[in-house]
Design a protein around this ligand. Structure first.
Ligand code: GLP
Length: 259
């Protein structure tokens, strides 16, 4: 796990965008995994800027989403497919038919979850962006999620529903059920990039990076993955025991080694 502590949220966004841009421009038919929430928004803005100013092209790329609410009407602005389109896809040249997301409107939801899991695995995600929830969830894998779980329906915790209530008129409007890629599905991606900024992320980040691996902190499963980059600002790094070591390591990173 490579932990990079950057000076500002903007620098974090630039680093994350740089990783995705590199994959997109050096891989034939790249597959990028997109996350929702506020954490990756700066990276999306930077990628859109690069698309406009340098011609960075997503024309040959495919994208997969991590998770989706169950119960929102098709096209609801807060559905994660809509959010990913509004914040990123609709501003670049990635063909929308190559944006994959779980079919939460299927009559047989369990079969739709299995089908989505197969799609993600068959595509093979080159780089997956991630944010972290206050309770250590990634995607919508709440505490207690099996570390080898696949795409399935999950029930949100009260904490996650209240954290996400800011996107809805009231907490009562936040769906209770979601479909999420499982921890086993997410960790099949070749490169995982965690983005976290602000002091609210300090506790879950410390648990993820330095705590014991276990279902109580689902993100801790990343400790088993062979290529994880954790991009933090100073506030999100605030509770790391080995913060000085991570800073030292990044300062002396060999110039030929990219993130
Ligand atoms: C939601 C999403 C997660 C995201 C988390 C944190 O629960 N399902 O993918 O990481 O929110 O969101 P934010 O980045 O807004 O803090």
């Amino acid at each position: 796990m490579e932990v990079v502590i950057a000076g500002s949220p903007d620098e974090v966004a630039q680093l994350a965008a740089g990783i995705v841009a590199r994959v997109v421009s050096t891989t034939e038919q790249p597959v990028i995994g997109l996350a929702t929430g506020s954490s990756p928004l700066g990276a999306y803005r930077s990628l859109i800027d690069q698309h406009r100013s340098t011609g960075l092209s997503f024309a040959g790329a495919s994208a997969v989403t991590l998770d989706e609410y169950v119960g929102l009407p098709y096209g609801h602005p807060e559905s994660y497919r809509s959010v990913i389109r509004t914040e990123f896809i609709d501003h670049v040249d990635l063909p929308v038919e190559r944006l994959h997301s779980p079919d939460v409107h299927a009559t047989d939801l369990a079969a739709a979850c299995d089908a989505y899991d197969r799609t993600v695995v068959e595509l093979g995600v080159d780089v997956q962006l991630l944010g972290i929830g206050a309770d250590g969830h990634i995607g919508f894998n709440e505490p207690g999620s099996s570390l080898s779980s696949r795409t399935r329906i999950k029930t949100l915790t009260d904490r996650t529903r209240s954290d996400n209530a800011r996107f809805f008129d009231s907490i009562g409007d936040v769906p209770r059920h979601v479909v999420t890629q499982g921890l086993g599905t997410i960790t099949a991606a070749a490169h995982l990039v965690m983005i976290a900024t602000g002091s609210g992320k300090a506790t879950p980040i410390a648990a993820m990076v330095e705590g014991p691996v276990g279902a109580s902190c689902p993100a801790s499963v990343l400790q088993f993955h062979r290529h994880v980059t954790v991009l933090l600002d100073d506030d999100a790094a605030g509770e790391l025991r080995h913060g000085d070591y991570y800073r030292e390591t990044y300062r002396h990173k060999p110039p030929w080694q990219h993130l």
